[in-house]
Design a protein around this ligand. Structure first.
Ligand SMILES: *[C@@H]1O[C@H](CO)[C@@H](O)[C@H](O)[C@H]1NC(C)=O
Ligand SMILES: *[C@@H]1O[C@H](CO)[C@@H](O)[C@H](O)[C@H]1NC(C)=O
Ligand SMILES: *[C@@H]1O[C@H](CO)[C@@H](O)[C@H](O)[C@H]1NC(C)=O
Ligand SMILES: *[C@@H]1O[C@H](CO)[C@@H](O)[C@H](O)[C@H]1NC(C)=O
Ligand SMILES: *[C@@H]1O[C@H](CO)[C@@H](O)[C@H](O)[C@H]1NC(C)=O
Ligand SMILES: *[C@@H]1O[C@H](CO)[C@@H](O)[C@H](O)[C@H]1NC(C)=O
Ligand SMILES: *[C@@H]1O[C@H](CO)[C@@H](O)[C@H](O)[C@H]1NC(C)=O
Ligand SMILES: *[C@@H]1O[C@H](CO)[C@@H](O)[C@H](O)[C@H]1NC(C)=O
Length: 331
């Protein structure tokens, strides 16, 4: 009896190995033509976890997700030097120069580059995460992307405790050391020249001017300079114009619509990940009494009144991505 089982297990093992090998070889055969056009160090990754859907969404444009010191060259190549913030660098070059000079790094952190198939989860701040018990699941991903001041502290059971990337801007970055995480890379979104000026002042330990902000910005940096990156404005342009199809100009009577941090985070994930799941992105605009975030007491009515975003356009975009199985929604 025992002997029989052993033989059967051996048989199964050989069968499965053979099937796997066949599958692998077929894969290579189908993809051979494209592989040869790729740089050699990308080949290993390509075979195992290349994501064609993400490349199609990003319109084949592979760019450095973060700005480096040679911003003028980077900007001219992408056409960013002809556009103002948040979609370009025009009229803020001087501030960018000062800020970027004081940032020691502009690449993906080494330990992230080393992960060959990056499975990412983008955690939105939506109230749908309340009592979700998704914490352990979220922490199991290679890369966990959070945004703004969505706290981890006190909400670990529902949202997890690890943060690989956190996208924020001067008005939404944590300034209390309670929230400090040495393993986080902060990706700064620059919406206006004042934001870049703010960053350069903080990095040069100058007095921070609070003029020109819609809410008091952080007056101190809890993160170390090596943990900071500046998002390439090209990505914002990509989200707004190519993915959400926002108009390029708005009538004087209307506030220009900009993408939310959440959609920008999902798009950044398309640039750096091989698989993207999301959680906490469900907003029900008709239920004005429901809680907006998984923390605090703000209700959906705050979001529904927001003139700077087009939440319905974003919800439709996310719905399409989920329906096309480009991303998976955990909530
Ligand atoms: C990343 O991989 C390189 C080369 O394989 C290795 O030298 C380096 O120590 C690794 N770095 C981290 C942080 O894992
Ligand atoms: C979450 O769970 C707590 C305790 O189990 C309960 O008191 C609370 O009403 C729940 N909140 C929601 C939004 O379901
Ligand atoms: C940061 O990462 C290290 C190494 O993976 C881990 O030991 C440590 O607990 C992490 N710290 C926090 C605050 O998550
Ligand atoms: C894709 O990129 C090309 C040029 O690189 C541009 O002409 C075209 O409009 C882009 N399409 C979309 C949908 O972004
Ligand atoms: C949104 O909220 C309204 C009112 O509370 C409810 O009737 C509707 O079913 C909700 N829609 C979704 C998609 O949950
Ligand atoms: C929303 O809240 C207000 C005040 O708290 C209450 O009067 C109203 O009935 C609530 N509406 C819904 C649909 O729950
Ligand atoms: C939210 O409301 C509860 C109960 O009304 C209150 O105890 C709590 O302090 C409020 N939290 C915030 C952040 O305002
Ligand atoms: C939001 O986007 C939708 C879909 O693209 C569009 O129909 C609607 O007019 C937009 N709303 C505003 C206020 O721009």
């Amino acid at each position: 009896m025992y002997q029989g089982l052993l033989v059967m297990r051996k048989f199964l093992f050989v069968g499965i190995t053979f099937a796997a090998l066949l599958h692998f070889m077929l894969h290579i055969f189908v993809q051979k033509k494209t592989i040869s056009t790729l740089p050699t160090d990308a080949v290993k990754e390509f075979k195992t976890c290349y994501n064609e859907k993400f490349r199609l969404i990003l319109n084949m444009s592979e760019i450095d997700p973060f700005l480096c010191q040679d911003i003028r060259k980077q900007s001219v190549n992408l056409g960013s030097s002809k556009l103002d913030l948040p979609y370009g660098t025009r009229r803020a070059e001087r501030f960018f120069d000062m800020a970027l000079k004081n940032l020691p790094q502009c690449n993906l952190p080494e330990e992230i580059k080393n992960i060959s198939c990056k499975k990412c989860v983008v955690v939105g701040n939506g109230g749908v995460l309340r009592n979700s018990s998704l914490g352990k699941k979220i922490d199991s991903y290679d890369i966990i992307i959070r945004m703004n001041d969505g706290p981890v502290l006190g909400y670990e059971d529902d949202v997890g405790q690890k943060t690989t990337f956190r996208l924020c801007y001067p008005e939404s970055i944590f300034s209390h050391s309670l929230h400090y995480d040495p393993n986080t890379t902060v990706v700064l979104l620059m919406f206006k020249p004042h934001d870049v000026k703010w960053l350069s002042e903080l990095l040069m330990h100058k007095r921070v001017s609070t003029y020109g902000f819609w809410r008091k910005p952080a007056m101190n940096l809890i993160y170390k300079p090596h943990q900071l990156r500046v998002l390439n404005p090209f990505i914002l342009r990509q989200v707004s114009q190519n993915l959400l199809n926002f108009p390029i100009s708005f009538p004087k009577t209307e506030k220009p619509k900009h993408p939310t941090t959440g959609i920008i985070a999902i798009t950044l994930a398309f640039h750096i990940c091989n698989e993207v799941h999301i959680a906490g992105f469900k907003y029900n605009l008709t239920s004005l009494n429901s809680t907006l975030h998984y923390y605090g007491n703000e209700t959906m009515s705050v979001m529904a009144q927001n003139e700077y975003h087009n939440i319905s356009a974003e919800q439709m975009f996310i719905r399409d991505l989920v329906e096309q199985k480009t991303i998976k929604n955990l909530t």
